[in-house]
Design a protein around this ligand. Structure first.
Ligand code: GLC
Length: 491
């Protein structure tokens, strides 16, 4: 990528690899920021007079899903980061406690014996006048497709750790109910199962991609969040003697998980060459191709697409299965949480640079690359009309990804890439009313069924801006990006 400098006063032009020129007005920043804050203020959800969260979209389209009036746990994360950076901490504390209280509603989800550690995907406030208000949670029992929000409990613990460190509010972490909840979540996610891997097994649609997309098994995003959960819990529970066995288990798992992700999920040209020449049907301790990946399963696109110096973590891995698709959130969180080495973080950023049109495009950034099409689309998505190729989860571009992209770029010393991505967003996002997602290979069309005034598009943008202005904010993630007390524990 090269920056060509200022062409006319106040207007700079950036040349993307491949020669595509994007123009943007430098002065647009302030108007864009004001517009994002205005949306955030309208989005705040109150319960009996207290701010407790933010709705997913302000004034969502009447024909859209009704639950865009809900506060989603994952959607609130960038809002919480903005509030934290601004020193507005009350709403975060309320959110953390409210979500926890909602566990009492889990019995409503009948017949499945849902664990109390499980947290809802979202909640809503109904009832009008403050004293009549009620709060209702959706544990996936109402969501389209009835999907299990496994990421909610992970984000909750991560946010709790970030909040406690930033505010110094240790009273929250030491509250017995909170401690019990953190331990319940750890116990649930560390419970012995039929698994042989350190990764966590989840059903389809258990995270941001909350629809059928062939993301069951061991999707990268869940593994990155799982690591974040394990390390954050370590920091929250540490000093208490009775917690030590559980913490040791968490620490060992975090260490094994990180090593496993680094070794087995990593893909670059060297590794692709190894897989291309893999022997199969190997048995026992000495096998190299332990998961029995068939070299013939390497898709054609990846061979041409993987640049000489770049690399990334593949999307999913299991017996006989490697999903070669690039999933942005998992890769970016892996950088931000220190799961990958500095060298691999650089390689992921090089991939972003060399495949800028595919992964950043006109509106940062692509959620998954490439889209699945044809029979594969029919088979993996169940012919999902919302996830048609190059739309929504199936190859759409999501403005909310600006914050993890920019955070990962800054952490890898790629301020140039961070600035480039932000400038693209300045240019279009506010004027187009903060769409939820964009369509097209390059993300140049507003998503056909995208909500407008999507709150995490605005808060992701705001937090991205704050990071570029003050990269010291990366310190918020220092609760995760360190070796857990674990490195004491031998695997
Ligand atoms: C969609 C997204 C999900 C998000 C929700 C609310 O369902 O897939 O990740 O949390 O909308 O914005």
């Amino acid at each position: 990528m090269s920056t060509r400098g200022v062409a006319t006063p106040g207007v700079a032009s950036v040349v993307m690899p491949g020669g595509v020129t994007a123009c943007y007005a430098v002065a647009m920043h302030q108007a864009a920021i004001d517009s994002a804050y205005a949306l955030l203020r309208r989005a705040v959800m109150t319960y009996r007079g207290e701010p407790v969260g933010t709705v997913a979209a302000v004034a969502p389209a009447a024909d859209g899903a009704v639950n865009y009036q809900d506060c989603f746990i994952r959607d609130f994360i960038p809002a919480a980061l903005v509030f934290l950076a601004d020193g507005e901490t009350r709403i975060i504390r309320n959110f953390l406690l409210t979500v926890l209280d909602l566990r009492a509603q889990h019995q409503r989800v009948q017949g499945h014996g849902i664990e109390p550690a499980v947290l809802p995907a979202s909640f809503r406030v109904t009832g009008g006048a403050p004293h009549k208000q009620v709060i209702e949670a959706d544990f996936g029992d109402q969501a389209i497709g009835r999907v299990a929000p496994v990421d909610a409990m992970m984000w909750w613990v991560i946010l709790l750790a970030i909040y406690c460190r930033r505010t110094g509010d240790r009273s929250l972490a030491q509250d017995p109910t909170i401690r019990r909840a953190v331990k319940d979540i750890l116990e649930l996610s560390l419970r012995e199962s039929f698994e042989v891997f350190p990764t966590l097994l989840v059903p389809d649609g258990a995270f941001m991609i909350d629809r059928r997309m062939g993301v069951y098994g061991h999707p990268l995003e869940i593994q990155a969040l799982f690591y974040g959960l394990l390390v954050s819990a370590d920091g929250l529970l540490r000093p208490e003697e009775p917690d030590l066995p559980l913490l040791d288990m968490a620490a060992k798992r975090a260490k094994m998980l990180r090593t496993y992700l680094q070794m087995f999920y990593w893909l670059d040209l060297e590794r692709l060459n190894e897989i291309h020449r893999y022997a199969t049907e190997e048995f026992g301790a000495g096998s190299v191709n332990m998961l029995n990946i068939q070299p013939e399963s390497i898709p054609d696109w990846v061979v041409d697409w993987l640049p000489e110096r770049g690399g990334y973590l593949v999307g999913n891995l299991g017996p006989g299965r490697m999903d070669f698709r690039f999933f942005a959130v998992g890769n970016l969180l892996a950088i931000l949480f220190g799961i990958v080495s500095c060298q691999h973080a650089q390689a992921i950023m090089t991939l972003y640079q060399d495949r800028c049109e595919d992964l950043i495009g006109c509106m940062p950034a692509k959620l998954v690359y490439p889209a699945v099409i044809g029979k594969e689309w029919q088979f993996l998505t169940g012919s999902d009309q919302k996830n048609v190729p190059w739309s929504y989860h199936n190859g759409g571009n999501w403005p909310v990804l600006l914050w993890p992209l920019i955070a990962a770029a800054l952490r890898s010393g790629r301020g140039d890439l961070a600035q480039f991505a932000l400038d693209l967003a300045d240019h279009r996002l506010p004027g187009q009313h903060w769409p939820e997602y964009y369509d097209g290979r390059r993300g140049n069309l507003i998503g056909r069924r995208a909500q407008l005034n999507q709150v995490w598009s605005a808060t992701g943008y705001l937090f991205a801006h704050k990071l570029v202005e003050d990269p010291a904010l990366l310190d918020l993630f220092a609760v995760i990006d360190h070796q857990p007390h674990s490195e004491r524990a031998s695997v």
